[in-house]
Write a protein that binds this ligand. Structure first.
Ligand SMILES: Nc1ncnc2c1ncn2[C@@H]1O[C@H](COP(=O)(O)OP(=O)(O)OP(=O)(O)O)[C@@H](O)[C@H]1O
Ligand SMILES: [Mg+2]
Length: 727
């Protein structure tokens, strides 16, 4: 009997050790896989840096083909850029891309969200003779682009399920017989793969030598490795096969090396020139805030943040974890007098579109959405993106937060993090390929009290580091962070779990924290509950503990068990340290200065109101298509020197024609010829009103010269007369 017990005991020990060894092997294999992945990313990065065809905007590449030199179309391109598009200077890589396209080359463009990819095919489309075909995945994206182009006076159309019979007839005639004015035609990928009629018209257009360019927007949708795979994008290779002489430009904001190679093959553009810009979004300020366990406190903080920093209805997005949470947060924000509504997949399509439309028109300030509020968002002037809950990966967070500041102006990305949010996400993603690993990466980002947030993105996307310029909380924080040795706490957690496991029981993260709270009093009474949660999460992401999942009929629960490195901590071979704040403080000045730039002056506010008024007057056009926020800012900034000076005259003497022409000329340089013609008089009227009312910018109140405002107050308004006033 004794002998049997002894053998049994040893067998159990051996089995336990075997389990331990297996866990360690698994950990090492995982580590090996990650290192291999990183190795190939770094090799690809090195290749990129050395590759002859690549053009990084950080100057890391050497290019044998110089796309930045002078070309025959330079002056015409400059003219169009300024007069039609109202764009005063090219952004990084734009000119080079346009030159490569104009030279007839196939081009692949990887450029961060809001980098200005559309302009890279829209300018050549206007510059080249014939029709440019644009394939884009979503109706809302297409509508937004077409509206914007029409506002610029560019004859753009779309051929989708919503196109009227009349427009369809016009488009087909224009393609087939070159009748009517058609420069840019937007279609969804389904049109290419499903409509034989459309393809035959396109063929006729090509035969007549009038198919000038093919643009594939959101090209990552071609690849199954990308995040938004669309089966119909797979068939787009037919375009190069059918129209081999027409240059193809494929554009996307995010594509790993694997996706790049895949989409080049799919689209048959293996010999394309590749332009890769950095993922860096220098205008975005990234920050992580500790999230209270009391729901109402979090929403109150969010509401205070919005009304304190964005009192002029500047647009924003709040991302939530669940549909129910979206509805609740939107309701509570409304109770705090913030114009907010929710958006999630459970709503009728019509209701979703309605919310999106009200937000795009500036009637709603905030959309509270789930991840369902995704790719179709084309609003350039989103000033803040707040995550009420953790994203599921760095990539998702980059994409979602990246919807802020697409116009290049300062914007803020704020993530509310609480360790207890992690198990909610992990029980959703654990079955996905690398789901947990991806989640632990973003958790690491959130738990860090010292590392640069921007550097974390560069590391994740295997890019060389660029300066953050104080545009993240950790880089400007003057908080004191203390690193404390919590190895004894970690050991206590491990033995607690061992005891629980011996009794064949399971424990969730929150139960573990409760149990530790009782034990901990003897260990270190200063360590708060929040710190204990932080510690357990850190032990999980460091493989000391691990998560296990169990399904019930309604949900999946995440439990905490011993991880492969648990034994090392128990044996004292691994120390565990925790970063905690002694004093948490962000250098007020730095964040304030970023915000100040986004705070509206009186004139900016009036021009914002004006664009909304004109948009509703013109119907079916978004305010940002009439005037971009950047243009409003430039108008407000230039006002004192030239425009305001001339506008003030309007209030003294009736403005003669010469003066008016001069003003319009100045305006054209900022907003382009077409928009000046359409809206110039109303804009000048607003500038004149502002100057005359002497209503100084609230922002620069103290800095304003007393004399100027007094002088302005004396003036009596006289309305400008101009035919466009009737618009
Ligand atoms: N050179 C430029 N100067 C100023 N503004 C520009 C310039 N180029 C583009 N823009 C503006 O930047 C904004 C974003 O441009 P666009 O929509 O083309 O970005 P994108 O790269 O396609 O972004 P996404 O990946 O989100 O689709 C638009 O308002 C556009 O008018
Ligand atoms: Mg785009």
């Amino acid at each position: 009997m004794d002998c049997t017990n002894e053998v049994l005991e040893e067998l159990l020990n051996v089995e336990a050790e075997l389990q331990d060894v297996q866990d360690q092997i698994k950990l090492l294999l995982d580590q090996q896989e990650n290192l291999y992945a990183r190795q190939s990313e770094l090799k690809a990065l090195l290749e990129d840096c050395e590759a002859s065809g690549s053009h990084r905007n950080d100057g890391a590449s050497t290019a044998p083909e110089d796309w930045s030199g002078s070309f025959g179309w330079d002056s015409e391109a400059e003219d169009l850029r300024l007069k039609i598009f109202g764009i005063s200077s090219y952004r990084a890589n734009q000119r080079e891309i346009i030159n490569a396209v104009m030279s007839g080359r196939d081009v692949l463009v990887i450029m961060a969200a809001g980098g200005g990819k559309s302009f890279c095919y829209q300018l050549p489309a206007v510059l080249r003779d014939g029709v440019c075909l644009v394939v884009s995945p979503l109706l809302s994206l297409i509508q937004d682009q077409v509206m914007g182009l029409i506002a610029l006076g560019v004859p753009a159309y779309m051929l989708t399920s919503t196109t009227s019979k009349e427009d369809e007839k016009f488009i087909y005639k224009a393609l087939e017989k070159n009748e009517g004015d058609l420069k840019i035609l937007y279609v969804t990928p389904e049109k290419i793969s499903k409509s034989k009629r459309f393809m035959s018209k396109l063929e006729k257009c090509h035969h007549a030598g009038r198919l000038s360019l093919i643009a594939i927007d959101e090209a990552h949708c071609c690849s199954q490795w990308g995040h938004d795979f669309r089966p119909d994008y797979k068939n787009l290779g037919i375009l190069k096969t059918q129209f081999p002489t027409v240059p193809v430009i494929a554009l996307t904001a995010t594509a790993t090396k694997k996706v790049q190679l895949d989409l080049m093959e799919m689209l048959h553009i293996q010999k394309c020139v590749t332009f890769i810009s950095s993922v860096n979004r220098p205008n975005l300020f990234y920050m992580v805030r500790e999230k209270s366990s009391v729901g109402k406190v979090v929403v109150d903080e969010i509401a205070d943040f919005i009304s304190g920093s964005y009192p002029n209805n500047e647009s924003g997005i709040v991302y939530c974890f669940s549909r129910k949470e979206c509805e609740q947060v939107a309701k509570e924000l409304r109770e705090k007098r913030i114009k907010a509504d929710f958006y999630h997949a459970d709503m009728e399509v019509r209701d979703r579109e309605n919310v999106h439309m009200r937000w795009s028109n500036g009637k709603l300030q905030v959309i509270v959405g789930t991840v369902a509020f995704g790719m179709g968002i084309n609003k350039p002037d989103v000033r803040f993106v707040i995550h009420h809950s953790l994203s599921k990966s760095m990539e998702t967070y980059y994409q979602e937060s990246g919807r802020a500041g697409r116009d290049g102006l300062p914007a803020e990305c704020l993530l509310y993090y609480r360790p207890a949010d992690m198990p909610r996400q992990s029980s959703m993603v654990f079955y996905e390929n690398s789901g947990l690993q991806n989640l632990y990466d973003i958790v690491r980002y959130c738990q860090s009290r010292t590392g640069c947030r921007r550097a974390a993105f560069f590391k994740h996307f295997a890019e060389p580091l660029l300066d953050c310029n104080g545009m993240c909380d950790n880089c400007v924080s003057s908080s004191e962070v203390k690193e404390i040795d919590v190895s004894c706490h970690a050991k206590a957690v491990i033995s607690l779990i061992q005891n629980i496991q011996e009794k064949d029981q399971r424990v969730t993260m929150l139960q573990l924290v409760d149990k530790m709270k009782v034990k901990q009093k003897d260990l270190d009474p200063d360590l708060k509950r929040d710190h204990m949660e932080q510690l357990i999460i850190q032990l999980i992401i460091d493989c000391v503990l691990k998560e296990e999942f169990q399904h019930t009929a309604y949900t999946t629960n995440a439990y905490v068990t011993l991880g492969p490195l648990g034994k090392q901590v128990l044996q004292g071979m691994k120390t565990v340290k925790l970063q905690i704040y002694c004093v948490k403080e962000i250098k007020a000045g730095v964040v304030k200065s970023a915000k100040r730039k986004s705070a509206s002056s009186n004139l900016e506010f009036r021009l914002d109101e004006l664009r909304k008024e004109l948009a509703s007057l013109h119907g079916g056009i978004f305010p940002h298509s009439i005037l971009s926020t950047q243009q409003i800012n430039v108008l407000a900034a230039e006002k004192p020197d030239s425009i305001e000076q001339a506008s003030l005259n309007i209030y003294n003497i009736p403005l003669d024609f010469q003066n008016f022409k001069l003003l319009c000329g100045q305006l054209e340089k900022i907003i382009g010829k077409v928009k000046s013609g359409k809206y110039g008089s109303r804009i000048l009227e607003e500038i004149a009103h502002c100057s005359a009312s002497g209503n100084p910018d609230p922002d620069i109140n103290e800095e304003q010269d007393d004399k100027t405002s007094k002088k302005a107050k004396k003036k009596t308004p006289v309305l400008i007369e101009c035919s466009e006033d009737d618009e």
